[in-house]
Ligand binder design. Sequence first.
Ligand SMILES: [Mn+2]
Length: 351
Amino acid sequence: MNMKMSFRWYGEDDPVTLRYISQIPGMRSIVSAVYDVKPGEVWSEESLARMKEQCEADGLIFDVVESIPVHEDIKLGRNNVDELLEVYCENVRRCAKYGVKCVTYNFMPVFDWTRTQLDKEAADGSTSLVMYWEQLKGLDPLTDDIHLPGWDASYTQDEVRELITAYGKLGEEGLWKNLEKFLQRVIPVAEECGVRMAIHPDDPPYPIFGLPRIITCEANLDRFLKLYDSPANSLCLCTGSLGCAAFNDIPKLVRKYAAMDRIAFMHIRNVKLMDDGSFEESGHLSCKGSIDMYEVVKALAENNFDGYVRPDHGRMIWGEIGKPGYGLYDRALGATYLNGLFEALEKEYSK
Ligand SMILES: [Mn+2]
């Protein structure tokens, strides 16, 4: 097949082993990261070499990194930004040295994603991540003690308040400016070492608690790609993140950016949108959510997409216990479903 099927692995502490991942039909690549250092620190070559070896021992290729986190001070454009950008570039070079071809990152202020519950039970007993506006309403992180699931617990409430205030002052245009500075510095390094940088969209793709969000919609994706016109400056197009806003037409976006060869990585999962803008993560099938997966894969196949694909979050099924969204079973079912769609559509469009 043209596309490269991949699976996220959280390293040696992940209850899902590389051996199990290698048993999923058609699995090729591992998406991982070095987890024992903080953002803004250099990744050790030993850790990268070990990751590469471990994957190869199970017949898998470690060639996608998700993610090299961007330090808040880079996003905020604080005084130490040059030093932090140099560390970032060094990490890209080191990843490339150990075979990595694609590096995912995001430019979301403070929180990588927002959900109100990680184990919402469906009628069939499976559980998944959800965001209900009803549960968010009336909460103000500047005055309340909020601990939403998935938020970095290493921040104190005061630190969170300080960051939220700083981002409020920075605003969207300030964040765009700092993103451009990041790209000007990092993309030439990525080009030099044969890596495609893939920005992950904001999840969800609209402001939360007044924090600016910029990787959200077609106009902003266009603006982002124009900031640095190079295949090394590409998208990690996450159908579930962009798809939890009704204003995003996912197959249309996929078709457009695949035709421009500006998608390096596809995160494919489904979400079920509610009338009030709330959403539930659902199984991967088209019939289970609001996104038509046949149309998404068709848009890729029409454009001979040969980048990376991974089944993004799955539900917890069959009694599995593990990291919410990142169990083995439902993501494996997602990969198998996607393999079927890709085989059919790639054959259809390569004729
Ligand atoms: Mn994603």
